[in-house]
Write a protein that binds this ligand. Structure first.
Ligand SMILES: NC(=O)c1ccc[n+]([C@@H]2O[C@H](COP(=O)([O-])OP(=O)(O)OC[C@H]3O[C@@H](n4cnc5c(N)ncnc54)[C@H](O)[C@@H]3O)[C@@H](O)[C@H]2O)c1
Length: 329
């Protein structure tokens, strides 16, 4: 068995590699090539925490596994990640665990790559201005993915804490100096999204984080945060205004994300609004953006096939490059 840390993964697997892996995962998922049971959620109400068990199987890669990922929003107060995770990868030919990976970084990498893949398919090719709402554990890879798939000149960054936003911007500037974009901390979400070509929301908010009436025609939006029926990052205006709405998994998003469950329950949108899965665009079964003025929206709640396919490729690279720590029980 191999143990792979964040540093190991960073050494051998780039955002570009992750983009390829998640595109493969999204195709496999949408053509029915994976087994992805709905995840099991256990609540720890005393800590407002939840632990999720995300199993899955991909026959074409002879890979299966389970990611154990928790969402404990108060962890950051103690310097712990809010979304800590461990990935257990299983050899699908023998059922033996072959690799344990830092699932916290795997989650950050594949979630960034997932919105990156959707942005690559749906955003206008001439997109120049990005907006990032949220500067927590997932935000850096979200930003990296946006910078990787589009030649942005400016990304405006907003979160609830001004200080935290400025610290994030300083870190991001140092890390992403090879990209030419100006990274700018802004004071309000309206300032961030007005005139933006691409908007990514990656927050733990239960209330909408921007005013959908301010979104410009032709924009592309990624919603990453809301994962429970009571959580709504995207307001009803933007869900109504979007010309096309895509998901990583439509079934999972409509079971879990308040962004859609709340307006569906109120009757302010109907299921006819939903275009389908981004994997169908990758398979050429659905068109992506068709006109420059369309507003496109992508919602991800995260599916295990993204973890398994990405972990599988990381593991294969690690074997080839002799990276990681071998371990025997
Ligand atoms: N879709 C997926 O596959 C996937 C994967 C991992 C995490 N997530 C979700 O992404 C979200 C963010 O994760 P994280 O690890 O970065 O969380 P985090 O706790 O580290 O950071 C949360 C961020 O949200 C900001 N925020 C909260 N409420 C806000 C508001 N009203 N307006 C503006 N900003 C606000 C905070 O200031 C902070 O910057 C979580 O909901 C998490 O469950 C989704």
């Amino acid at each position: 068995m191999l143990l792979l840390t964040k540093q190991d993964i960073q050494q051998i697997f780039t955002m570009q590699d992750a983009l390829e892996a998640v595109k493969q995962a999204l195709r496999i998922y949408s053509e029915g090539g994976s087994v992805v049971p709905l995840r099991v959620n256990l609540s720890a109400p005393n800590y407002e925490g939840q632990t999720l068990f995300m199993p899955g199987y991909v026959a074409a890669l002879d890979s299966m596994g389970v990611k154990i990922v928790s969402v404990f929003p108060h962890n950051s107060e103690q310097g712990l990640p809010s979304v800590p995770a461990t990935m257990v990868l299983i050899d699908g030919t023998s059922g033996v665990v072959c690799c344990i990976l830092d699932g916290t970084y795997l989650t950050q990498l594949r979630t960034g790559a997932t919105t990156g893949a959707a942005t690559d398919l749906l955003a206008r090719s001439d997109a120049k201005i990005g907006a990032l709402l949220g500067t927590g554990g997932q935000a850096l890879t979200q930003l990296e993915a946006l910078l990787t798939v589009r030649n942005l000149t400016e990304v405006r960054i907003f979160s609830r804490s001004r200080e935290r936003t400025q610290t994030f911007v300083r870190q991001a500037q140092a890390k992403f100096s090879k990209f030419k974009a100006l990274l700018r901390a802004v004071e309000t979400s309206a300032e961030a999204i007005t005139n933006a070509d691409i908007i990514t929301t990656v927050t733990t908010s239960c209330q909408p984080v921007f005013d959908g009436r301010l979104v410009k025609a032709g924009a592309h939006i990624n919603g990453v945060g809301s994962y429970r029926p009571d959580m709504q990052e995207l307001d009803e205006f933007i869900v109504q205004r979007a010309d096309k709405i895509f998901f990583d998994s439509q079934k999972a998003a409509l079971a879990e994300a308040g962004d859609f469950i709340i307006p569906l329950t109120k009757g302010t949108i109907s299921a006819a609004k939903f275009t389908g899965e981004i994997g169908q665009v990758l398979l050429n079964n659905l068109p992506g953006r068709e006109t420059p003025e369309e507003i496109t929206l992508f919602k991800t709640v995260g599916i295990s096939v993204l973890d398994i396919v990405t972990a599988h490729h990381i593991y294969q690279s690690a074997l080839k490059q002799d990276i990681g720590q071998k371990f025997v029980f």
